[in-house]
Design a binder for this molecule. Structure first.
Ligand SMILES: [Zn+2]
Length: 746
């Protein structure tokens, strides 16, 4: 259901709620103060009920009690009672909570019913116990196709298939946005396992029940309680316990993850500093998800069985224990941790495979195609992924910021700064400013301009090169050119990498010119005759790409403002119906204007919008066939051969994108599947393959068997120089200086 191209991940889904929740109540316990919970829980999944005793210890730093009540919120219907003598508990009327910014008594952003209480403690008392019980029963989320770019969420569930309780469930008293330490003793049915943060210090089967204790002495933002009927596997990974909990026993699968846990912990220990928890657990979840919690991850059943997850999403979730679940995010100032995690997991793995340039280009492609100029937000306004737009900013732009910092500082200084940031901020909330401080301290440079232009300024620079001329100068050559930043608004300070191909030399001549104004005219003195100049050839700068730097791809359809979709009137009824359902199921930008018509109703393809063409029978298919010739691809009514694989009309689903023949700014995408059974799956999968130009699928699932991007034929960032001798240069592609990954896999 999910796949590697765009894997869902969201590690802090409750933080946004808790921040908003801070406005609900008079604040007596602030985020910097640490509350202790000692929770004893009995779960009765058959009845959706829990029974809890919580011994709460408030921070010492609070003023002496007796005068001021403390306020907390709890999931409705749990009827808490104080167990400590002298402690009074008073339920607050719902109306009293109607303050500006809060007109309802449910958790912000959800329909979770909450109850609010005031607790009065005797003078000198900081610790008090509560007992409460009741049902927690919310629908487990079903991910709809419209949500392909967001995560399913739930307020919490407790049922025979499993338990999922978090801070967002309010299953323990929450005073404010406080941090906490806790112990958690849980009694569950015999066949159950439960997982929380920290270390498991008890695991016993007694009579008809399993008793499990988790201890989290390190400061946390939440208390998670997840589990169900699970089979446990474990092995030591150095000082850390690697654990896997599966819903269906599968020892070889568990072993794969246990080994991967050890490998990636070793990698990130070496890169960043020691892993901050005593265990790391993979927990198979009862619905498809990709959650990273402190010291464990929850992945759906389908996801964990996809063969590539163990070396793509899995290391990303492990790395979140440094970024997000080790150093916490002060999201009010922007969520920096997704970009840093993407850079040091997804990007690093691509570097190790030699594919970092393609990865960065795809990252910039998503930004360029999905983020319209009017929907740009600054990085400091990113909280969590809700859409392709927010993902392109919060993951894409942020990871490019870290890439640019690394280019500026060099690998060693970059790594030292990351280690210092981790060391100094572990178990605390940090913001972009904390990052800037660390990077400034480590480099001795003032980093405010860098963080201002990429962090607080929305948007991206756009580059053009022009006026390239070459003159012989004695033994040498002089190359003159101009670079322009054509984005609206002021100039960015940009170190622009250049690669010049020289006659008779395999290695490109490389340099960097720094732009401080919107125009830079520069001269390069070269040891041989240049025949080609490439601007930012390895996509090292965060920038909006020129349309011609990006091959035609599905991003241009999914990201377009205005889209026409043409169904084949000549196709069989059931095929047409399948296509129509597919079209209606796709995620669209909320602003996308999508018009669905039959191909017969249109005489000529419009040139002012992106166009989906569906079906082998589509009367505009010849337009696609013609455009394909520039890539040397022949499409017939029987099929098409892509990268050596023959895709046939009868057996495969085919997706091809081309430039609009009469407007290269627009993209046409042709989608055809004679097998109606494959169409719903195609609808789910295509958004995850959005950066590709062509795709082939087989079977009903359908399974992807071919994917790729067309070559970029005429990038305006590559200037070919006509030699004085006349005739086009016949030179092989030149080599750029090889780069090394930030760190290699152990
Ligand atoms: Zn993430």
């Amino acid at each position: 259901m999910l796949n590697k191209v765009q894997y869902m991940d969201k590690y802090v889904w409750s933080i946004g709620l808790s921040l908003l929740y801070g406005f609900l109540l008079p604040v007596f316990v602030s985020a910097h103060q640490v509350i202790r919970h000692e929770l004893h829980v009995v779960l009765q999944p058959d009845y959706h009920t829990l029974q809890v005793t919580d011994s709460v210890t408030l921070p010492e730093t609070l003023p002496p009690s007796g005068a001021e009540p403390r306020y907390f919120a709890l999931h409705a219907g749990l009827s808490p009672l104080p167990l400590t003598s002298g402690v009074q508990l008073v339920r607050q009327p719902t109306e009293a909570l109607a303050t500006p910014g809060n007109s309802h008594a449910s958790a912000p952003g959800s329909h979770l019913p909450l109850e609010h209480y005031a607790v009065m403690l005797p003078v000198g008392t900081r610790t008090f116990a509560l007992r409460y019980q009741g049902a927690i029963q919310h629908a487990s989320p079903q991910q709809s196709p419209q949500d392909a770019w967001s995560m399913p969420e739930t307020s919490g569930m407790l049922a025979t298939e499993g338990v999922y309780l978090s801070g967002a469930t309010y299953w323990y008293p929450r005073f404010d946005d406080e941090m906490m330490t806790f112990t958690l003793d849980v009694q569950v049915p015999l066949t159950w396992e439960v997982i929380s943060q920290g270390e498991r210090t008890r695991h016993e089967r007694v009579n008809d029940a399993t008793h499990i204790r988790w201890e989290a002495p390190a400061v946390q933002e939440d208390v998670y309680l997840v589990g169900g009927p699970l089979t446990e596997y474990r092995q030591p990974a150095g000082p850390v316990q690697a654990m896997v909990f599966l819903r269906t026993p599968d020892a070889p699968l568990a072993q794969k993850y246990l080994d991967a846990t050890a490998q990636y912990l070793q990698l990130y220990n070496a890169l960043l500093g020691p892993y901050p928890y005593p265990k790391f657990a993979l927990v198979e979840h009862s619905w498809e998800s990709g959650y990273g919690m402190p010291s464990f991850t929850l992945l759906g059943s389908k996801v964990i069985r996809l063969p590539f997850i163990v070396s793509s999403s899995y290391p990303h979730e492990i790395l979140h224990n440094w970024w997000g679940n080790g150093v916490f995010v002060d999201v009010q100032q922007g969520n920096w941790c997704e970009g840093l995690t993407a850079y040091l997991a997804d990007h690093l793995l691509q570097e190790q495979r030699g594919s970092a340039v393609a990865y960065r280009r795809a990252t910039l492609q998503r930004y360029t195609d999905y983020v319209a100029v009017h929907s740009e937000i600054p990085l400091t306004a990113f909280r969590a992924r809700h859409s392709a737009v927010t993902a392109a900013i919060g993951y894409g732009k942020a990871l490019m910021l870290f890439h640019m910092l690394r280019q500026q500082m060099g690998d060693n200084a970059f790594i030292s700064a990351l280690q210092a940031f981790y060391r100094d901020n572990l178990f605390q909330r940090a913001d972009f400013d904390a990052l800037r401080h660390t990077f400034a301290r480590m480099t001795g440079e003032d980093m405010s301009e860098v963080f201002q232009q990429w962090g607080t300024r929305p948007g991206a620079p756009e580059l053009r090169i022009s006026a390239v001329t070459v003159q012989p100068d004695g033994q040498d050559y002089r190359l003159n050119a101009a670079l322009d930043q054509v984005q609206p608004g002021p100039a960015y300070r940009l170190p622009v990498p250049l690669a010049v191909s020289l006659r008779g030399q395999e290695q490109a001549w490389q340099t960097t010119v720094t732009m401080a104004e919107k125009r830079l005219e520069f001269t390069l003195r070269l040891p041989a005759q240049p025949w080609r100049v490439d601007v930012d050839p390895e996509f090292d700068l965060f920038r909006r790409l020129h349309r011609e730097e990006i091959p035609p791809a599905l991003t241009q359809l999914f990201g377009a403002n205005k889209v026409l979709l043409l169904l084949p009137a000549a196709a069989a009824v059931e095929i047409k119906q399948g296509y129509r359902q597919l079209a209606q199921a796709w995620p669209q930008a909320s602003s996308q204007d999508l018009e669905i018509r039959r191909d017969q109703e249109i005489e000529v393809l419009p040139t002012d919008r992106a166009v989906w063409l569906f079906g082998w029978e589509n009367r505009f298919l010849p337009e696609v066939t013609m455009a394909l010739t520039s890539y040397g691809v022949g499409l017939t009514q029987e099929g098409v051969r892509l990268e050596g694989t023959l895709l046939t009309r009868e057996q495969h689903a085919v997706v091809l994108t081309v430039r609009h023949p009469r407007n290269p700014q627009q993209t046409l995408a042709w989608v055809a599947a004679q097998n109606v059974a494959a169409v719903p799956g195609l609808g789910r999968k295509l958004p995850h393959y959005s950066t590709y130009s062509f795709l082939g699928f087989a079977g009903d699932e359908p399974v992807n068997i071919v994917k790729g991007q067309w070559p970029v034929l005429a990038s305006p960032m590559s200037v070919l120089l006509t030699p004085a001798t006349g005739g086009p240069p016949q030179e092989p592609a030149t080599q750029l200086t090889p780069r090394h990954p930030l760190i290699s896999l152990p």
